[in-house]
Design a protein around this ligand. Structure first.
Ligand code: GLA
Length: 382
C-alpha cells in the first residue's frame, strides 16, 4: 500500500467516513550549503522519496482534529483560538501553518485530518518541514487561498520560527516545495532565485546513513551558531555574512573572536562550494564532487563544529568503500545523517559495507539506505 492508501485507511477507521482531500510533501537532504540559508547564502538540496501525507476533510465546525497514524495519537484544537498543546507538541508544526494563514486573513475553519509519514523523525531529513508543507498544500485545497509555491515555503518557515520556536532558515521548506524528480535544486537564499539542477550523469545514487545517535543540545547549538554568524556579519558592518566578501573577511578576520572567525570562514567557503558543486553536478564531474563533499564535511567538522564523532566516523569509513564518490554530514548537525553519493551499481555492497564497518567500530547499528531525488509537494487526487 502507498502512504496515501495507508492514510486513507487510517482516516476511515478513525472517523468512519472517507477523506475528501490529500496532500504530500517530501523530506530533503542538503547536498551542499550547510548553515548558509539564514546567512543569505546558497544551497543545493534534493527532495527525497520519503514524504509526509495529510488526508482529511473540512467539517464545517470550529474544531481541528488531527490523528497521527504513526504513533496513534489524536489531538483536538479550536480553529478560532489556536493553543499549543505541550502533550502533543508534534501538532504545533501543523497549527503553526494554520496560525500563519489566519494572520494573513485567510479563514481556516474546522477539519479532520490524518498524518502519516515515512520521513524518519529527528534524523535531520526535515520531517518537520514535510509536515508543515503537506499541511499548507492540504489546507490550500480545503479553504482555497491564493499563495504561490515560494510564498508557501516562506509561510511554513515562519510557522516553524514563530509558532514552533525554531529559528531555522528556508532550506527545508524550500526543498520540500520545489523538489524535482531525479534532480537537485539551487536556491539563492538572499534573492530567492532558484533553478533546477540536472545531474550530468544518471549513474549516481543518493545513500543516506543515519547514525541513530541524537545529541541532546542540537537545538540550542543551532541557535548559538546562528547568533555567532550574525555577530560576525555585524562586525563587518553587514546584516548577513552573504554580504561580506572574502577580501573583507581576510582583511578583518584577526579582529574577530575565534568562534565567530571559524563560523564565518565556514559559511563564506561553503557558499563557494555550493557554486562549484552545482557546476560539477551538471557536468557529472564525480572527482570534483567527491573533493567538494570532503571539503564541505571538513569545514563543518573543523570550522562550524557541528558534526559529531559518529558522523565523522561514518564519513571517514564511507570514503574508503569502493564505489563511494564522496560523503558528508547533512542537516542541522550534532548527530543525524550523512549523505553519500555512490555509483549506482555499487549501492548494495556499499550499504552493507558501511553498516558492517560502523558496527565493528562502535558496536552500534546505523541505518543505511538508498533514496531517489523526488518531486516536491503536491495535492494528490483521491
Ligand atoms: C536545519 C535548518 C535549515 C538549515 C540546516 C543547515 O535543517 O532547519 O534551515 O539551516 O539545518 O543547513
Amino acid at each position: 500500500m502507498t502512504l496515501i492508501e495507508n492514510a486513507v485507511a487510517a482516516y476511515t477507521r478513525q472517523y468512519g467516513n472517507a477523506p475528501t482531500t490529500a496532500a504530500l510533501a517530501p523530506g530533503r537532504v542538503e547536498i551542499m550549503g550547510n548553515h548558509t540559508d539564514y546567512n543569505g547564502g546558497f544551497v543545493l538540496p534534493a527532495a527525497l522519496d520519503k514524504a509526509t501525507v495529510l488526508v482529511g476533510a473540512a467539517t464545517g465546525t470550529d474544531t481541528i482534529k488531527i490523528y497521527a497514524a504513526d504513533f496513534r495519537r489524536e489531538a483536538t484544537f479550536s480553529a478560532t483560538e489556536l493553543q499549543r498543546d505541550p502533550h502533543n507538541s508534534w501538532a504545533s508544526y501543523l497549527l503553526g501553518v494554520v496560525d500563519q494563514l489566519q494572520q494573513l486573513g485567510i479563514k481556516i475553519g474546522g477539519f479532520q485530518a490524518v498524518i502519516h509519514s515515512d520521513v524518519p523523525g529527528g534524523a535531520g531529513l526535515s520531517s518537520s518541514a514535510a509536515l508543515e508543507v503537506a499541511t499548507a498544500f492540504f489546507l490550500k485545497q480545503l479553504f482555497s487561498f491564493d499563495l504561490g509555491p515560494m510564498e508557501i515555503a516562506r509561510l511554513c518557515q515562519k510557522a516553524e520560527n514563530e509558532f514552533v520556536g525554531v529559528p531555522c532558515g528556508i532550506l527545508d521548506q524550500f526543498s520540500s516545495v520545489f523538489g524535482i524528480q531525479d534532480g537537485l535544486m539551487f536556491l539563492d537564499c538572499l534573492t530567492l532565485e532558484h533553478s533546477a539542477v540536472q545531474m550530468g550523469r544518471d549513474d549516481i545514487a543518493l545513500v543516506i546513513c543515519d547514525s541513530n545517535v541524537k545529541h541532546a543540545h542540537a537545538g540550542g547549538d543551532y541557535t548559538t551558531r546562528r547568533a555567532e554568524c550574525m555577530a560576525a556579519a555585524a562586525y563587518f558592518g553587514k546584516q548577513l555574512l552573504r554580504e561580506v566578501t572574502w577580501e573583507e573577511f581576510e582583511a578583518g578576520k584577526s579582529g574577530l573572536p575565534e568562534n565567530q572567525r571559524k563560523r564565518a570562514e565556514h559559511v563564506l567557503t561553503e557558499d563557494q562550494r555550493v557554486l562549484a558543486m552545482r557546476e560539477a553536478a551538471k557536468e557529472g564531474d564525480t572527482a570534483q564532487m567527491g573533493r567538494l563533499l570532503a571539503e564541505g564535511h571538513a569545514s563543518c567538522r573543523d570550522s562550524f563544529e557541528n558534526t559529531s564523532p559518529e558522523i565523522d566516523l561514518l564519513v571517514a569509513l564511507a570514503s574508503q568503500i569502493p564505489g563511494c564518490i564522496g560523503a558528508k554530514m547533512t542537516g542541522g548537525g550534532w548527530g543525524g545523517c550523512t549523505i553519500n553519493l555512490v555509483y549506482a551499481d555499487a549501492v548494495p555492497e556499499f550499504c552493507q559495507a558501511l553498516a558492517a564497518s560502523y558496527k565493528e567500530h562502535t558496536g552500534n547499528n546505523a541505518s543505511v539506505y538508498a533514496c531517489r531525488a523526488a518531486q516536491g509537494a503536491r495535492a494528490i487526487p483521491i
